[in-house]
Design a protein. Sequence first.
Length: 199
Amino acid sequence: MSDAEKHNAEMKALQKAQREKIAEAGDPARGLVLVHTGDGKGKSSSAFGVVIRALGWGQSVGVVQFIKGTWVTGEKQFFDKLGGVTWATMGEGFTWDTQDRDRDIAAAEAAFAKARTMMESGDFDLVVLDEVNIALRYDYLTPEAVIAGLDARHPRSGVILTGRDAPQALCDYADLVSEMREVKHPYQAGIKAQRGIDF
């Protein structure tokens, strides 16, 4: 058998196996829960890529930002111009800026209340809880409360939860968990965050 014939046979077998997997897969009849975590960059960026994909299919999207506060970001400016995304920036900035635990807890709880309203409304195909894992890391929210909110979501709504250090209970609950791993970062070389790349 020639290399070309061998390759053709391998690809036919692979195609058959993939088609069988697709035929066996079912629709869960509910929105999926995705967790984007890890110490590398790209967690929120990946979530906003999914937002673009959802909008491309004419789906409705809501975003709740838990940390970024008044920080101006390229993605917020883009979606404001594009339209089609209901956006709530609820955080007050990084925890080292506020330096007030009670205030941070109150901000996180208000953000999650807004997120629950979105998730339970039935108005959204996708809801992004941006940096919610940071609120969980600092115990501003509990994994149990977040999972209860996910359980109460409308069947239509998929949810993406971003931020490093996602708790194990949330990862166990999710349908998909992606971990971004830092290999190299310009900040380590003393390079400040860049507009259009980092925010």
